[in-house]
Design a protein around this ligand. Structure first.
Ligand code: PLP
Length: 364
């Protein structure tokens, strides 16, 4: 009997996540030197981790023989102090992706529905399908989550509704009053999940903590993979009422977040000078790309995150041609936007190179 015939039916139809390719893989495939390749495909921080986080990670390695603190005590204490909530209102995950998966473990099964925007962060849909639930996808309006349409799609079978603000892949955000009103109007049987992976880049990022203080069924997600520059270490967190956090904790592996990541994340939260610099640099880099695209008469979507969508025509061809020249960006075909590329804001030199290479491949 084939293994295939033993797996659950959902496995056979499960779509596969396509990550931005690592630099080494592109170098191997195309015979390029890794040093000459820049990756602007996964919304990572081009300025790396904060030096303080790096030092803390190196120090933590000295005790690599010990299991990590499964409860992430120090990191939750630090998050509580920085974000003004209780330590028991945070759960730390192996990236915020893991919290999305824990929500699936805790809440989803066949017959359940999950409402989400399209295009939005693709992992909401992948996790929904893994648990045999149905993804209800609501198109964006003017590249933004349409909160009215999302609310209208909720049925008695809905368990979760995802809102990604700023949204990946568009970089657009919903306002604080709109998000608070949306969350407060959710029916009692629905959990609202608000993904804030890029919130630190947006000076007007909504503060949704009042919802948690009101005891509502919401879970907010954040990550250390973006502005904190720790994507390689895999650490993110969710915050919610203590009773929701306690139930999600039952679903996680005992040592889901490694000790190096925990130490680095604590130190990263302390280095506000570094994050302020990254916000400034990102804004300048965004302006550089916006001006570059405008000068080339290319349409782009105003973004409050650290990436930008630009309409280039044949996105697949330009993605491929850029990659051959050592610039990795993200094609948008799988998001239903074949004419667009999503480009992470890089350092000034990386942005300049991207624009120059774009000229070269557009005219070829
Ligand atoms: C909107 C959004 N949420 C969550 C994540 C996952 O982040 P993490 O690296 O913490 O799993 C990403 C990563 O790209 C993202 O874009």
């Amino acid at each position: 009997m084939k293994f295939e015939s033993l797996v659950k039916p959902a496995v056979l139809t499960q779509p596969v996540y396509e990550p931005g390719k690592p630099i080494e893989e592109v170098a191997r495939e195309l015979g390029l030197k890794p040093d000459g390749i820049i990756k602007l495909a996964s919304n990572e921080n081009p300025f790396g981790p904060s030096p303080k986080a790096l030092a803390a990670a190196q120090h933590a390695l000295l005790h690599g023989e010990l299991y990590p603190d499964g409860g992430c005590f120090a990191l939750r204490q630090k998050l509580a102090a920085v974000r003004g909530l209780g330590a028991d209102q945070f759960i730390v995950g192996n990236g915020s992706n893991e919290i999305i998966e824990l929500l699936g473990h805790a809440l989803l099964g066949p017959g359940d529905e999950v409402v989400m925007a399209a295009p939005a962060f693709v992992v909401y849909k992948l996790v929904t399908l893994v648990f045999g639930a149905k993804a209800i996808e609501i198109p964006l309006t003017h590249f933004r989550h349409d909160l009215k349409q999302l609310a209208a799609a909720i049925t008695p079978r809905t368990k979760l509704v995802y809102v990604c603000s700023p949204n990946n892949p568009t970089g657009t955000a919903n306002t604080e009053p709109d998000l608070l009103a949306f969350a407060r109007a959710l029916p009692d049987h629905v959990v609202g999940v608000f993904d804030e992976a890029y919130a630190e880049y947006d000076p007007a990022a909504p503060d949704l903590r009042p919802l948690i203080r009101e005891g509502r069924k919401v879970v907010c997600l954040r990550t250390f993979s973006k502005i904190y520059g720790l994507a390689a270490l895999r650490v993110g967190y969710g915050y919610a009422t203590a009773d929701i956090i306690a139930l999600l904790n039952r679903m996680r592996q005992p040592f889901n977040v490694n000790a190096i990541a925990q130490a680095a994340a604590v130190a990263a939260l302390d280095d506000t000078e570094f994050t302020a610099k990254c916000v400034r640099e990102n804004r300048a880099g965004m302006a550089q790309l916006e001006q570059g695209f405008t000068a080339r008469k290319l349409e782009w979507v105003p973004s409050v995150a650290n990436f930008i969508l630009v309409k280039v025509g044949d996105g697949a061809r330009l993605f491929d041609a850029l990659q051959r020249r050592g610039v990795i960006v993200r094609p948008m075909k799988s998001y239903g936007m074949p004419e667009w590329l999503r480009i992470t804001v890089g350092t000034p030199a990386q942005n300049e190179r991207l624009l120059a290479e774009l000229d070269a491949v557009r005219s070829s």
